[in-house]
Design a protein around this ligand. Structure first.
Ligand code: COA
Length: 509
């Protein structure tokens, strides 16, 4: 029986079982896949590629492909393709435990990249020829144009640039997503770009449909599989306190006349803390807010439901299974409030700067001078990646980073003398928040920032250790005066942790 989601006759004739399609992919191929934060990624071909990698391995033959995506994907892609070592290279973001382990063991090469840069880098050929775009869609129209599914991400770029196209038409995705996407690509060439005409969060500037070169389509795979996003942890006391400090800070900005009562467009990062802040905003008193962000999380749906948020622009959903049910139930209302754009637009510096966004993202560690590490544990192993945090951090009107003050039962301090990997420099960071307080780093010199960060953000048991370092550095002639640092001790917290399992304990003590 004909698939009512595939209305184009030529493309309908290309429907094939996935077992046949996987045979088209040569060893070493580069694939540009859809997928962003567990939404809209291909569900069938990645599993088939993983199986094939195992089969070929048993026959003593290598089978590995290079995988470029929008951002993180789901277990059918990152988990199984990492466990079976079917992916040799991964770009530009991941958030998967199996992928993380293989990356940190050197089995997968990973390039962690600003998400707004992906389009230009791919178009300029830095990743070579993209052999196949593998894109999940909700529906194919009679004219062959596509209705994307629950994410847009880098789809436009991979579809434009790839030599061949494989589409997965997923009947699980709600057909009523039609009309939610706003497809608008950046001009490919540097020097030929024109302004992006988004003046307000809810401006639509493109088409709900994606046109493609139909002659490039080599296969269509039919699927009926859910996006697999994890549930969020219910906000804990620590998260609620962090949210409270951010709300107080924003209140102060409204009172000072620097922000309207509806605030400027909110950007909220990935993870439990970011979601908890949205929950806090829903309980706060700001009204008529908007969001120009990357992902729509459960907390964002809460804000839309309560009417506190008027509109949200993003590139993908990152909702829990429970959030998905709520989303499908209210999709007709959400379609008027939610716009999904390509990541080169949702994260574009021009638009973020114009709108004056309020960026709120999680961090792994921050140092006393305000440099922020979002990605690396003890400077070496990667956790997830920079994602869009850099796009928003550099260009927003307010750049706030948030984390509990400690991790791993207090053995790790999130506030350290010197961050072991710096994703966001002190020049980008306006505020650092933990459950203890909000360090306002605006208008402060490095030494003034250090006082603010230690006093407001560090856990009480780490404050004396940070002050001890800071005071000795200030007296040490070789440590410098502007941003004093003693290189022999700057990573003392980390070397303690590696030696004793606790940043507070020196080896042998
Ligand atoms: N050292 C060691 N581990 C640390 C740590 C540190 N300094 N800080 C956090 N962690 C661990 C936590 O213990 C936790 O581990 P677990 O899953 O084993 O419990 C994990 O990192 C996640 O931390 P959590 O406190 O639950 O916060 P989160 O879910 O909000 O994630 C980041 C925090 C930093 C990992 C996350 O925000 C991130 O990946 N950011 C970078 C990308 C980004 O900002 N994207 C937004 C773009 S718009």
């Amino acid at each position: 029986m004909a698939n009512p989601r595939i209305l184009n006759k030529v493309l309908e004739s290309k429907i094939m079982p996935v077992e046949e399609v996987v045979g088209m992919i040569p060893n070493g191929a580069t694939l540009g896949m859809s997928g962003f934060t567990g939404a809209g990624y291909p569900k069938a071909l990645p599993v088939a590629l993983a199986k094939r990698a195992l089969d070929e391995k048993l026959r003593g033959k290598p089978f590995r492909v290079r995988v470029l995506t929008g951002a993180s994907t789901g277990p059918e892609q990152d988990t199984v393709m990492s466990m079976t070592e079917a992916q040799s290279f991964r770009f530009p973001y991941q958030g998967d435990a199996a992928a993380r382990e293989k990356i940190n063991n050197g089995v997968i090469e990973y390039q962690d990249m600003h998400l707004s840069h992906v389009g230009s880098l791919v178009r300029y050929g830095y990743y070579g020829k993209i052999d196949f775009a593998v894109i999940e869609v909700t529906k194919i129209n009679a004219d062959g144009s596509l209705i994307y599914s629950s994410s847009v991400g880098g789809n436009n770029v991979y579809l434009e640039h790839a030599e061949k196209i494989i589409l997965e038409v997923n009947s699980w995705q709600d057909e009523r997503l039609e009309g939610m996407h706003d497809n608008f690509s950046v001009e490919p060439k540097h020097g030929e770009r024109v302004p992006i005409p988004i003046m307000r969060t809810d401006d639509r500037v493109g088409s709900p449909y994606q046109k493609i070169d139909l002659s490039k389509v080599v296969a269509i795979i039919e699927t009926n599989d859910p996006d697999r996003n994890a549930a969020f942890k219910a906000p804990e006391d620590v998260h609620k306190k962090i949210a409270g400090h951010i709300l107080d800070f924003l209140d102060g900005e409204v009172k000072a006349g620097r922000l309207p009562k509806s605030l400027t467009p909110l950007q909220s990062g990935v993870g439990n803390i970011a979601n908890a802040v949205l929950v806090g905003l829903n309980e706060g008193h700001f009204e008529n807010m908007t969001s120009y962000t990357e992902v729509i999380q459960d907390g964002m749906l809460d804000l839309l439901d309560s009417g506190k948020l008027r509109v949200a622009s993003a590139t993908a959903f990152s909702v829990s299974p429970e959030g998905q049910i709520r989303f499908n139930k209210n999709i007709d209302r959400y379609r008027k409030q939610i716009i999904l754009r390509p990541q080169e637009i949702s994260n574009h510096p021009e638009v973020i700067r114009r709108l004056g966004c309020i960026a709120m993202n999680g961090f792994v560690e921050a140092d006393i001078y305000g440099h922020v590490n979002s990605t690396h544990i003890a400077g070496k192993g990667i956790e997830n990646g920079i994602g869009g945090s850099g796009d928003f951090a550099r260009n927003s009107a307010y750049t706030i980073f948030m984390s509990p003050a400690t991790a791993k039962d207090g053995k790790i301090s999130a506030i350290v003398p010197f961050a072991t990997h710096i994703d966001h420099t002190e020049h980008d960071v306006h505020g650092i928040v933990t459950e203890y307080g909000f360090a306002d780093l605006r208008m402060r010199s490095p030494k003034e920032k250090a006082k603010e960060v230690i006093e407001k953000c560090a856990a009480p048991e780490y404050r004396p250790l940070l002050w001890d370092y800071m005071k000795r550095a200030m007296k040490n002639p070789s440590a410098g005066v502007h941003s004093p640092h003693m290189f022999s001790e700057a990573f003392g917290f980390h070397t303690n942790y590696l030696a004793t399992g606790d940043m507070r304990k020196k080896p042998g003590k």
